[in-house]
Design a protein. Structure first.
Length: 385
């Protein structure tokens, strides 16, 4: 690893603990409670995420439970809970969301100890309310749920579940299935990335700082994230305990259409671009997911010619990583391994990142060039570059 790269790493990580200290404590968050996707066919989407990603059946709400408006399948893998929701009424808000955006993330729910306080703290600081604190109950106890608007049509719900012992939430029953594919080793959500329009990144970074008490962990400008043709800028916002990290991307000027612009065009506005999920064994996870048909971005073979010089010694076999298309990057805390799926629907919008952290707290800056070249190659094939 060169001295120059070490200097860049030092600059990146300097004072990282101080950054976490800057996150205010008026909104303590325990973690991500669940992520809800509005999709065109929840039954089929659930089968895809089970068979391809290794999620397991957890809970269900629909006609059989008295829900006449929509059906929801709740899937789980370790600490990750994914809800897939489809409407029954073609004139509903859910139907309108799917018409405009296609399948995509609607809700990023945050697990809190006090949903009423979380709502009061955020709305008093300017958050737009979408749901006042509401109690939902059944024979297993009660939860408190409140919600605020974020970028585009994306919302945050605050979920307080300390007085609930049911399978998931009131209104849901246990979901059983004769088909359960083996897990692929996904553990928890590492971060979720939002794409916003040009000129809106600072607005939403300030929203997370001022309204939710987050701190700016790191900023990438168009010199950090650019190729010959496209560029973007990003600010990574984190809460105080570091369990919630939201990078906010906006496009930057370039010769051709960037991935953020492509996303905004096909999604119809701002939204969640990708969900990064962590694993403790990325070689096993990606081997399994590839066998099950998950498509990943192609990493140029030349990437691996210099990666050892850049990241130094790692525990994994580089030939194996190359065969699977897994990238590596290092900071002063350690290194990380990462790979990105292609979009998981026909619109080039939502995709997933699979990441394994071996001490590193950064986001793979050293991989940006190869990653963006891979994305641009896909854009060129789609005719949208």
């Amino acid at each position: 690893m060169s001295t120059a790269n070490l200097t860049q790493v030092d600059n990146f990580n300097y004072g990282i603990e101080k950054i976490f200290d800057k996150a205010q404590d008026f909104l303590p968050i325990n973690g991500t409670d669940y992520v809800e996707l509005y999709v065109g066919n929840a039954k089929q989407a659930a089968h895809y995420y089970k068979s391809a990603f290794g999620f397991q059946s957890l809970a269900y709400s629909g006609l059989e439970t008295g829900n006449k408006e929509f059906c929801s399948y709740v899937l789980v893998q370790d600490k990750i809970r994914l809800i897939l929701t489809s409407p029954f009424n073609p004139e509903s808000d859910i139907s309108d969301h799917i018409r405009r955006h296609g399948d995509g993330v609607k809700v990023i729910a945050l697990w809190v100890d006090d949903a009423r306080k979380a709502y009061q703290e955020t709305t008093s600081r300017g958050a737009v309310s979408i749901l006042e604190p509401t109690v939902y109950s059944d024979e297993h106890g009660e939860i408190v749920k409140a919600g605020i608007q974020t970028y585009g049509d994306t919302v945050h719900y605050f979920i307080e579940r300390k007085n609930y012992k049911g399978i998931f939430l009131p209104g849901f029953v246990a979901l059983t299935s004769e088909f359960e594919a083996p897990i692929t080793g996904l553990k928890y959500i590492d971060h979720m990335v939002g794409n916003v329009r040009l000129g809106e990144m600072n607005k939403w970074a300030e929203f997370y700082a001022n309204v939710m008490g987050f701190a700016n962990l790191v900023t990438f400008d168009d010199k950090d994230i650019s190729t010959q043709y496209t560029a973007l800028m990003s600010k990574v916002m984190t809460n105080g305990n570091g369990r919630i990290k939201f990078p906010i991307n906006e496009p930057a000027m370039g010769l051709k259409k960037s991935q953020v612009e492509e996303y905004l065009d096909f999604y119809g506005g701002p939204g969640c671009q990708h969900i990064a999920v962590a694993t403790d064994d990325i070689v096993f996870t990606i081997s399994e997911m590839r066998k099950r048909g998950v498509e990943f971005l192609h990493v140029p073979g030349t990437y691996y010619d210099t990666v050892v010089d850049r990241v130094g010694t790692i525990a994994e076999d580089m030939a194996t990583l190359k065969s699977l298309g897994i990238m590596v990057d290092r900071d002063e805390e350690g290194y990380l391994l990462q790979i990105f799926t292609k979009p998981v629907e026909d619109r080039p919008t939502l995709f997933f990142e699979i990441i394994q952290r071996k001490g590193a707290k950064s986001f793979g800056k050293g991989n940006f060039q190869a990653l963006f070249e891979s994305i641009e190659a896909e854009q060129a094939r789609r005719g949208t570059l």
